[in-house]
Design a binder for this molecule. Structure first.
Ligand code: TMP
Length: 211
């Protein structure tokens, strides 16, 4: 792959959107991305048109019958397969840089550690959905569960966020374990915005040197 693939993971309220916006502003003005290439900002679930439909099935709280946990897992995998084939792989092939708000780590954390679905099954689906595409770097924005709940106090919860603090605690533990196992860059999202941004930027610069 000619491009670079950067992923942000973390529990809800960890500030991924803010950091992605900051990083993209900086990247666009940096000379890291080759002149003829672009920066593509995307997300899971919902990075494609098909994905947006899947996202509403997954997160809508108004539906009478919510998907059961295996259906939920398959819908996240379906969203990812479409996302990889329509956006991520073609962009990386062209040499574009891609930043995704969530990727496979979220399924392991939420459906694996949160819902307690079989980790091997999740990994098998990941192989099918990604077909060998994996991030060059994954950032975990780490915040305590209480802080996540506090930051989201005035926002309406989606269907997954409604699961409550025990579920979120398991997800958070999952993210920490995954971050160690997979050598993600864990960044404390409790630090000042400036410190977080500078840590992310220095990791991105190293990434460029490696390749
Ligand atoms: P977002 O609010 O960060 O866009 O994510 C939507 C919700 O979907 C969030 O609560 C995390 C959840 N999620 C999973 O449960 N599994 C996954 O594989 C992904 C990508 C997201």
């Amino acid at each position: 792959m000619k491009g670079k693939f950067i992923v942000f993971e973390g529990i809800d309220g960890s500030g991924k959107t803010t950091q992605i916006n900051q990083l993209s502003k900086w990247l666009i003005n940096s000379e890291l991305i080759p002149k003829n290439n672009q920066l593509v900002i995307t997300r899971e679930p919902g990075g494609t048109k098909v994905g947006k439909l899947i996202r509403s099935l997954l997160l809508d709280t108004s539906q009478e019958n919510s998907p059961d946990s295996i259906t939920e897992l398959l819908l996240y995998a379906a969203d990812r397969a479409q996302h990889v084939n329509e956006i991520i792989r073609p962009s990386l092939n062209k040499g574009d840089w891609v930043i995704s708000d969530r990727f496979c780590g979220s399924t392991l954390a939420y459906q694996g550690y949160g819902r307690k679905l079989d980790i091997q099954l999740i990994k098998d689906l990941e192989t099918i959905a990604t077909q060998g595409i994996y991030p060059d770097i994954t950032f975990l924005l780490d915040i305590p569960v209480e802080e996540s709940i506090k930051r989201r106090r005035n926002k309406k919860d989606d269907r997954i966020e409604q699961e409550g603090s025990e579920f979120l605690t398991n997800v958070s533990l999952g993210f920490k374990e995954l971050s160690e196992e997979n050598k993600w860059k864990k960044i404390s999202a409790m630090n000042s915005k400036e410190k977080i941004i500078s840590e992310i930027q220095s990791e991105i610069k190293k990434l460029q040197k490696i390749y």
